[in-house]
Design a protein around this ligand. Structure first.
Ligand code: IPE
Ligand code: IPE
Ligand code: MG
Length: 254
């Protein structure tokens, strides 16, 4: 690729078809429908969703992935009834409290993507603790997108860059795709190669809209609480059959 190419980093060094994805991101959707189908409250679906998350992290480690990002609470999910929002906060706290020491022992680095604005103090304290405790771990990265929206993240990055420019630390010419990405919550992480969404919906719902520019998308009919390692393997094998071209031409084409 020519160095004059403004998007020369897209796909540069990224996995080719056939390789294991370096970074898998999952939109964990369908908890409410899973519960409704059983005549249970939506909160039970969310509880079962946490079990599916535990299993999925384990499977991802066993498969040999290095980065997994999961979408747990979006900036748009504030539109839900307050009791459901509080239940989701409670589940994040319970997950971190119960799993943090084990994840740390396993060498997992935990990162939480999204804004802390609006989060209850105890939730943001716990998030900080999880990130600080595991900061030096490098066997596996688990990113939890919580209070996360792609547009909000991009705006925060733009605000931070503008503030740096006003202070004279950077100039307009310093704003490139790579420097901008370093202001995003995902700074330092590889872009997701594969984005999976469960529950049969075919949309991104404001998830990693910058980072997933060239991700392969796999939509699965399974509701999130029913998701397991076999589904993850199936999505990965679909990914491995895809041909990633990054705007180029089929390899071997004349
Ligand atoms: C995903 O399940 C979890 C969150 C968005 C927090 P949903 O709660 O969206 O479940 P459905 O889509 O209503 O079935
Ligand atoms: C996306 O699911 C957010 C999470 C999975 C956390 P939603 O259920 O909120 O998305 P929409 O409303 O169907 O687009
Ligand atoms: Mg949903």
């Amino acid at each position: 690729m020519s160095s004059a190419n403004p998007a020369s980093h897209i796909g540069g060094g990224g996995p080719n078809s056939g390789d294991l994805p370096e970074h898998v991101a999952i939109i964990m959707d369908g908890n409410g429908r899973w519960a409704s189908a059983r005549g249970l409250p939506r909160s039970v679906g969310h509880e079962r969703g946490v079990e599916a998350l535990r299993k999925t992290v384990k499977s991802a480690q066993q498969i040999g992935l290095s980065h997994l990002t999961v979408f747990s609470f979006s900036t748009e999910n504030w539109r839900r009834p307050v009791a459901e929002v509080n239940a989701l906060f409670g589940l994040l706290k319970a997950y971190v409290k119960r799993d943090l020491s084990r994840l740390h022992e396993e060498g997992v680095r935990v990162r939480v993507l999204g804004t802390r604005k609006g989060l209850p103090q105890d939730v943001s304290d716990l998030v900080k603790r999880a990130e600080e405790t595991t900061e030096a771990n490098d066997k596996f990265t688990l990113c939890i997108a919580f209070n996360y929206g792609g547009r909000e993240e991009i705006l925060r990055a733009a605000q931070a860059m503008t503030a740096a420019a006003i202070k004279g630390e950077i100039s307009a010419d310093d704003i490139s795709e790579d420097s901008f990405a370093s202001y995003l919550d995902t700074a330092g992480l590889p872009d997701p190669d594969l984005v999976i969404r469960t529950s049969g919906e075919s949309r991104l719902s404001n998830f990693l809209i910058w980072q997933a520019a060239y991700a392969e998308l796999v939509f699965m009919d399974v509701l999130w609480p029913d998701f397991n390692g076999d589904h993850l393997s199936e999505a990965i094998s679909t990914f491995r059959q895809r041909e990633r071209r990054f705007g180029g031409v089929t390899s071997g084409a004349a």
